[in-house]
Design a protein around this ligand. Structure first.
Ligand code: AMP
Length: 630
């Protein structure tokens, strides 16, 4: 497959712990190693020297983790697309500090004085830039386009932050791809007609499970789950604690613990191949202690940790409405899936031997390169689709959420809906875009507030505001609004100001179930409130225009019903109370409405047919009382 155009697109796995870059050569993806060191994994660590000199990235930066913790940024991926408040949960586990100066984007304070500040996308950009430089050195040509992978659960803010990082690094991010989808591509699963795939990803510090459905070259995420703080590091801790018991140290100092952790990590790796290992622990006092560990002991130490990964797998199956028997393919990702006990547990759970042929550290980057190659070759037969994790909608006048795109809608997708104004002569409409499953907008996550200006002044209910949501390939939302009568238009890319905390998506979905009843009631009340407002406005208009044309007693009855509705509208706790007051006003105002109608009819009927007159009358009435049918 020789390509006449030199548009090479690289694939990048931007990981929490390590990052990799790969490119397809003649259709075969391969990892690009650092030409100087031969290393393929680039540790996702950036050290920012106090003297302001160029940051160090990767292994040289890692050396500063212990000596300069406040200036050495690791796990920046955990902060991507998050605001200060959202990042608090993560901040507790990090050795560097966050600055409270900015609420919209988590900002890292570098150094004890916090004299310099940096955001997660900027840190990620240093990593991406290093990988780009590496690729250019190896390939001997400029690299300007990339496919970057993200976890399947990343929301639009996190995806956008990843795209931003690419742009800062001088890379055009042609596609954001889900990590489990990339792993499946590395195994060539896209060539199957259809399959249900489980991707089990156990890295150093995170665990993710994703269930995918592949159908005619289209990958759907059916369910995701995991634990953002569970991985190989916990295996190291378990083994280190076990080894420390042999030392009879009641409260081992940090330095000693660190030495044991390093030894434990090494022993763990050996025990993936050997049944027994003599662990050499280099103690801070210069001595070396030797302890023998068997695979059996190690496996008994990590058994509870492995068990903890199985619960999210079972939940994901349940969420997707599947049983283990429905899974056709199991793909392993992450260095910790090299542990034989992990493989065995996964095989047992899904009743199927997992794919193991591709290096689990490289599988995601290789898959990203496959996707990049597909894009570079212009093949359109492989459209890789995902779904949106939460519904997207607009806040209506009463504070309810009008969903345009529903949870699990395919990406890309678009939806259109017409709205109108609630106040006469309104020339500006504020559209509040929200994300979430709850009925009331205030309970959902606010994504953006958009103003549509320049609407010609019209009676309430007459403007036709068409709102279009377009969710692109990367899960980024574009909102456009047009007022059809006056042509006023606005178009924005919704770039959320802050991200969701991990697990937040699941929490939001769960809450929508828990609160379903109360939400439904609140929504009915809000919708009825809107109808009541329209009825109040209509009746007030009719009273002003035609009140003198009816008997005083009748007018007073209408006025009383109107005041009652106004009062009930503001105090009701149940929509039925509002409905009842509206019906009462309707009944009381029947005579007034008839007078108004015949008066309007007389003034316009002229030489027209009755049908024509009725049509014009309908229009007029619509002006007097906005349509409350929708
Ligand atoms: P990742 O985040 O995917 O790079 O995974 C790194 C994790 O895999 C670390 O916890 C490593 O200690 C672990 N790991 C790497 N190689 C092995 C191995 N041969 N056996 C067990 N764990 C390993």
């Amino acid at each position: 497959m020789s390509n006449p155009l030199p548009i090479r697109i690289v694939g990048i796995d931007l990981g929490t712990t390590n990052s990799l870059i790969a490119v397809a050569k003649d259709g075969v993806p391969q990892i690009l190693a650092d030409p100087e060191t031969g290393e393929t994994l680039l540790p996702s660590v950036v050290f920012f020297p106090a003297d302001g000199s160029a940051p160090l990235v990767g292994t040289p930066a890692k050396a500063h983790l212990l000596t300069d913790p406040a200036r050495t940024v690791y796990s920046a991926k955990r902060l991507m697309g998050k605001g200060y408040a959202d990042a608090q949960g993560e901040a507790a586990n990090l050795s560097y500090a966050l600055s409270p100066d900015r609420a919209d984007v988590a900002t890292i304070k570098l150094g004890d004085l916090g004299e310099n500040q940096i955001t997660a996308p900027e840190v990620a950009a240093h990593i991406l830039r290093t990988l780009k430089d590496r690729a250019e050195a190896v390939l001997g040509e400029p690299v300007s386009k990339a496919v970057i992978t993200v976890p399947a659960y990343f929301n639009d803010a996190q995806r956008q932050a990843t795209k931003d990082a690419g742009e800062i690094a001088g890379l055009e991010v042609v596609r954001i791809v889900n990590e489990p989808t990339a792993a499946s591509l590395a195994y060539g699963l896209q060539n199957k007609k259809s399959a249900t795939i489980a991707v089990y990803d156990l890295g150093g510090g995170t665990f993710d499970v994703s269930l995918l459905r592949l159908e005619e070259g289209v990958f759907d995420v059916l369910a995701t789950g995991g634990d953002t703080h569970l991985g190989g590091d916990d295996f190291d801790d378990a083994l280190a604690n076990h080894l420390l018991m042999g030392m009879n140290e009641a409260a081992p100092p940090a330095e000693l613990r660190a030495a044991f952790r390093v030894a434990a990590e090494g022993a763990k790796r050996h025990l993936s191949d050997a049944l027994k290992f003599d662990t050499h622990i280099h103690l801070p006092n210069g001595d070396t202690a030797v302890q023998t560990v068997t695979r059996e002991t190690f496996e008994s130490l990590i058994a509870p940790l492995i068990e903890r990964t199985l619960a999210p797998c079972r939940t994901a199956l349940k969420d997707a409405g599947l049983t283990a028997a429905d899974i056709d393919e199991v793909v392993l990702v992450g260095g910790s899936t090299r542990v034989p006990a992990v493989r065995d547990a996964v095989a047992k759970l899904f009743g199927k031997a997992p794919h193991t042929g591709v290096n689990p550290d490289e599988v995601v980057a290789l898959g990203a390169a496959v996707q990049a190659d597909i894009l570079a070759s212009g093949r359109t037969d492989l459209l890789l689709l995902d779904v949106t994790p939460l519904s997207l909608g607009i806040e209506t006048a009463g504070g309810a959420t009008e969903k345009l795109l529903f949870r699990n809608a395919k990406i890309p997708s678009s939806a259109k809906e017409e709205f109108t104004t609630s106040v006469d002569g309104q020339t500006v409409v504020l559209l509040h875009v929200v994300q979430g499953e709850r009925e009331m907008a205030a309970d959902n996550r606010s994504l953006a507030r958009i103003e549509l200006r320049g609407i010609a002044p019209m009676p309430a209910g007459l403007p036709q505001i068409e709102v279009t949501f377009f969710l692109d390939m990367n899960g980024i939302l574009r909102v456009s609004a047009t007022e059809k009568r006056s042509g006023a238009q606005t178009d924005v890319r919704v770039k959320p100001t802050y991200g969701l905390a991990d697990g937040e998506v699941r929490r939001m979905v769960r809450e929508s179930f828990v609160n379903a009843d109360a939400d439904f009631k609140a929504r009915m009340l809000a919708d009825m409130g809107n109808e009541a407002d329209a009825a109040i406005a209509g009746a007030t208009k009719l009273l002003t225009g035609y009140g003198d044309a009816i008997a005083t007693a009748e007018r007073e009855t209408v006025e009383a019903a109107l005041s009652r509705l106004q009062a009930v509208r503001n105090t009701a706790t149940d929509h039925a109370q509002v409905r009842e007051a509206m019906d009462a006003l309707d009944n009381a105002g029947r005579g007034l409405a008839e007078v108004a109608m015949s008066s309007v009819a007389r003034s316009i009927v002229g030489g027209k047919t009755l049908d024509e007159a009725r049509r014009v009358l309908d229009e007029r009435l619509k002006e007097a009382r906005p349509d409350d049918g929708g």
